[in-house]
Design a protein around this ligand. Structure first.
Ligand SMILES: NC(=O)c1ccc[n+]([C@@H]2O[C@H](COP(=O)([O-])OP(=O)(O)OC[C@H]3O[C@@H](n4cnc5c(N)ncnc54)[C@H](O)[C@@H]3O)[C@@H](O)[C@H]2O)c1
Ligand SMILES: [Zn+2]
Ligand SMILES: [Zn+2]
Length: 393
């Protein structure tokens, strides 16, 4: 089969690789029809190079048609239309029973000290081959795959794999009072969807911050009060001006480790990319190489007693943080990978009963899998108005 394969920093190619097969009774094999590109893939494309292995198959936002199931997979049959959560969880362990599927004790990566395995997400998370491919082996398929109805186009359901539950969790963790103000930093697919969900849930004021004109415009068109980060000296001041001088009730950081505006850390990330792999890995896991501009802005822009919901991915082990301010402002900090199955029952009615979140035309680009190299480059450069790119094997 064909698959998008990581070969090195900013080097993704479409290779011929062996077809996956059912190996465990809890496996399924799915023929992939659509597969999203995520901001998290961009970290792998560049900054997280030290954790990648040449030959890794990328992708964690796939959907498709079940081809084959193992003997213990009872809720699926060949021909079913399914969406795979980006994480692999068993559904029965202690963590899964607490709806913390990303911490699944069956798939936890104890050797690397990380949580549950993820599709296409480095050796830290189990080195599981990803879904930007013609076929995907789905471990723990007795629990993971979400069956979706036939009829609407793939785009209606695809985002159940990641974007929708991720944004849903970010908004839930932010816990903004209805009459309050939510600030969303970053208007990529995740931040954009956070804004849509918060507005849909009735949050009175949603302020979105980014610096890419098309992304700002997209959010503005859906009723978000947008701020261009590059036009304001101090965005937190502007936010305070809009909130009686107090700051926002809640801030979502939907930017993560590659924020603009962190010059020193950007340099450190660049240098890490040039070091020998082992040394770079050591640097990444022992030092603070996150670009923290967005998180610092969140800490500044949130009101005293407010909540910061971090959904952007961070990877440094010793990041310096302003603990004095965090403590003194009495800030609640909540974060983590999204627990996909936890939120699916809440989201599904918004997909089967009309399209209030606008998922049908959320993607800006649909491309054949063969063009994965171009897709990665375009998405990273935010060229051609790319916000959400879907690959079709
Ligand atoms: N926690 C999870 O389960 C989960 C799931 C999916 C994605 N993510 C993470 O969420 C983040 C966003 O994902 P995405 O797909 O939307 O990615 P993206 O890279 O398309 O979006 C990030 C946006 O942040 C903007 N930005 C950069 N610096 C900024 C700053 N200082 N202030 C405000 N905006 C800034 C960029 O212009 C960009 O539009 C990534 O870190 C991704 O890894 C987390
Ligand atoms: Zn993702
Ligand atoms: Zn589990």
């Amino acid at each position: 089969m064909k698959a998008a394969v990581w070969h090195g920093r900013r080097d993704v190619r479409v290779d011929e690789v062996p077809d996956p097969v059912v190996r465990e009774p809890t496996d399924a094999v799915v023929r992939v029809t659509s597969s999203g590109l995520c901001g998290s893939d961009l970290h792998l494309y560049d900054v997280l190079t030290p954790f990648m292995t040449e030959g890794d198959i990328l992708g964690h936002e796939p959907m498709g048609i079940v081809e084959e199931v193992g003997s213990e997979v009872e809720h699926l049959s060949p021909g079913d239309r399914v969406v795979m959560p980006f994480q692999i969880a068993c559904g029965t362990c202690y963590m899964c029973s607490q709806d913390l599927q990303t911490q699944c004790e069956t798939t936890q990566n104890r050797k690397t000290g990380m949580g549950g395995s993820l599709f296409g997400y480095t050796k830290l998370y189990g080195a599981v081959p990803g879904g930007q491919a013609q076929y995907l082996r789905v471990p723990q398929a007795h629990y993971g795959p979400i069956k979706v109805p036939d009829g609407p186009p793939d785009d209606r359901f695809l985002y159940l794999s990641d974007v929708l539950p991720t944004a849903w969790q970010a908004v839930a963790y932010a816990d903004t009072p209805r009459s309050g103000t939510l600030v969303v930093l970053g208007l990529g697919p995740i931040g954009d969807m956070c804004c849509r969900i918060a507005l849909h849930q009735g949050v009175e004021q949603v302020i979105g911050v980014d610096l890419v004109p098309e992304r700002l415009e997209r959010a503005r068109a859906r009723g978000v009060d947008v701020l261009d980060f590059s036009e304001h000296g101090d965005v937190a001041d502007v936010i305070r001006d809009k909130t009686d001088g107090r700051g926002a009730d809640a801030v979502i950081d939907a930017v993560g480790m590659e924020a603009h505006g962190s010059t020193a850390a950007a340099l450190a990330q660049k240098s890490a990319g040039l070091l020998p792999k082992k040394i770079a890995e050591k640097l990444m896991t022992t030092a603070g190489v996150d670009r923290l501009a967005a998180l610092h802005l969140a800490i500044d822009a949130v009101r005293r007693g407010g909540t910061i919901s971090v959904i952007g991915v961070y990877g440094g082990m010793t990041d310096p943080l302003p603990m004095l301010t965090l403590f003194d402002k009495q800030i609640q900090l909540r974060m983590g990978q999204a627990n996909v199955r936890r939120w699916v029952p809440d989201i599904m009615p918004l997909l089967t009963d009309g399209d209030p979140l606008g998922v049908d035309d959320f993607a800006t680009h649909h491309m054949p899998l063969e063009q994965a190299p171009e897709a990665y480059e375009m998405f990273q450069k935010k060229a051609d108005g790319a916000v959400k790119v879907i690959l079709h094997p």
